[in-house]
Design a protein around this ligand. Structure first.
Ligand code: IMP
Length: 497
């Protein structure tokens, strides 16, 4: 991988709906980097960090934290729940890691209890998007609505107090209106929701939140983080000038971006290269090389929203919404790639084999075939043709694989700018409108399965496996350049191309 010696800023961005294996790649490239920066999202993301022989799922602490020689940064675009971050830091401190290599942007957004409650209440009320309930939409909404909080506010008690009183007024009015509806229609109330969240003490009958308690609580948490808070934009820009190697760690995925994703079923930050670079203190123009992370030959989506290649279609979506891992194992645990009787069951086998359960919410991830229409779109949006193919080993034993190369539109007339799509039209360019995508049916190319590839170490070995070679060639013929192939969870199961 010669290009690695020639670049200074490398970005890792998921081409899909998240959960594609960014964590492994960030860990892999962190040995190359001097600085690792996270730029978007919040505790809605999740990755596993191993401390000794124990595994922890962290949401905010960056993936490179365990390497004391590397600087880790939580950038200005990240929404930080201070309670959760302190909990993650406590776990690491208990294991002897003081996280002296972690810096937090003074401009990172702050997730307060009020944002989390509003997120959960709205999700119960209005149309679901399958939010993780971590307060993302209220936080970013507050930010653009000019009533948000940044970490630096927590370092200035008077400023924070004034903002809290001022900025919470509207949220309280909104929640008071929801409160009546919740009681009438859902037989629950905000007090109960706060109890479930472990925030019962912060409930107030009159104002929903005990503002004085919130004030003390968040100032206290801010005090714990204070020594890590700096102007990280300046740090990163100086590092850029000094020729240090910078790794940008993306969150979620291109199709979940508020700007370019399948709205409204998206997260609330821009999870493309553009949001990532901005949220890390840089601009997309500073990035020399973006690697798009592509899980293949299957992919996943968690939460609601259209997913044209989903195995088992709406049946799968409903199953994943209502079932959990244990129930699935009880019913389908005996199946394998050969005994799966239909696509729904094949999806289940892939989910079980690939461990496709949400790291943040424990939800079952919906499984579908690799969608190259969407991947080509991600390539365009992120201005790169470089991809990393992840989790290829999961389909070991799958006799046949399918790759979606186009869609057939099967819905009412849909106008997209000057174009009108009619029932039966072939679609080759991805259109992120959910109202359109839900009527798109995949057109597949079928290839043979490639068997066990988990022990392969080189490009030469991969090309000797004919079906695997055909699969990789097929992808390259679509305009992608494969930078690496991941054929197992371990670092050494990574083949550079
Ligand atoms: P929110 O970001 O919690 O508001 O959730 C909005 C949508 O994005 C939901 O469908 C979530 O399931 C999805 N989502 C958010 N974060 C992730 C992630 O890290 N991986 C996959 N899906 C995510």
């Amino acid at each position: 991988m010669k290009w690695l010696n020639e670049i200074q800023v490398l970005a890792i961005v998921c081409a899909q709906w998240g959960d594609s294996g960014k964590g492994k790649l960030v860990d892999y490239f962190s040995t190359w980097a001097d600085i690792i920066v996270r730029g978007t999202g919040g505790a809605n993301a999740g990755h596993t960090i191993c401390v000794g022989d124990q595994q922890f799922i962290f949401h905010l602490v960056p993936c490179g934290i365990l390497n004391p020689d590397k600087i880790n940064i939580i950038g200005n675009g990240v929404a930080i729940d201070p309670k959760m971050l302190c909990e993650e830091l406590n776990i690491l401190a208990d294991k002897g890691n003081a996280c002296n290599n972690l810096y937090i942007s003074n401009n990172a957004k702050v997730v307060l209890l009020s944002h989390i409650v509003l997120d959960i209440v709205r999700e119960r009320f209005k149309g679901r998007v399958g939010s993780t309930g971590r307060g993302m939409s209220p936080v970013y909404e507050a930010h653009v609505g000019r009533k948000g909080f940044v970490i630096n506010d927590l370092l200035n008690p008077k400023i924070f107090e004034d903002k809290l009183e001022r900025n919470l007024t509207e949220t309280i009015m909104l929640l008071q209106a929801y409160q009546r509806e919740l009681l009438n229609k859902h037989d629950t109330d905000i007090r109960r929701i706060m109890e479930e969240l472990g925030y019962a003490d912060f409930y107030s009958d009159t104002d929903i939140f005990d503002i004085q308690k919130m004030l003390q609580y968040y100032l206290n948490l801010g005090g714990k983080l204070a020594s890590m808070v700096v102007d990280t934009d300046l740090m990163v820009q100086e590092a850029l000038r000094n020729g240090e190697k910078i790794l940008l760690e993306g969150s979620q995925g291109t199709l979940l971006s508020i700007e370019d994703g399948t709205r409204p079923f998206v997260t609330s930050s821009d999870s493309t290269i553009h949001g990532l670079a901005r949220g890390a203190g840089l601009s997309a123009g500073d990035v020399n090389h973006t690697v798009l992370v592509v899980k293949a030959p299957y992919m996943t989506r968690v939460g609601d929203g259209p997913f044209p290649t989903e195995m088992g279609g709406t049946q799968s979506a409903n199953w994943c919404r209502t079932m959990d891992k244990e129930a699935e194992l009880r019913k389908f645990g005996h199946l394998d790639f050969v005994t799966a009787a239909n696509e729904l069951e094949l999806g289940v086998v892939i989910r079980i084999t690939g461990g496709e359960t949400g790291a943040t919410t424990g939800r079952l991830r919906r499984v579908g075939w690799l969608d190259l229409v969407a991947a080509r779109y991600a390539m365009r949006v992120n201005r790169t043709q470089h991809i990393a193919l992840m989790k290829l080993d999961v389909l070991d034993g799958c006799p046949q694989i399918k790759i979606c190369i186009a869609y057939r539109y099967e819905g009412p007339d849909f106008r997209y700018g000057s174009r009108i799509f009619r029932n039966g039209d072939k679609v080759t360019d991805f259109i992120p409108a959910s109202e359109f995508l839900k009527y798109c049916k995949p057109i597949y190319e079928e290839l043979g399965g490639y068997g066990d590839i988990s022990q392969m170490k080189s490009v030469e070995e991969m090309s000797r496996n004919e079906p695997l070679h055909d699969f990789l060639q097929f992808i390259e013929n679509q305009g992608f350049t494969i930078d690496l192939v991941s054929n197992g969870p371990d670092r050494n199961q990574t083949i550079l191309c």
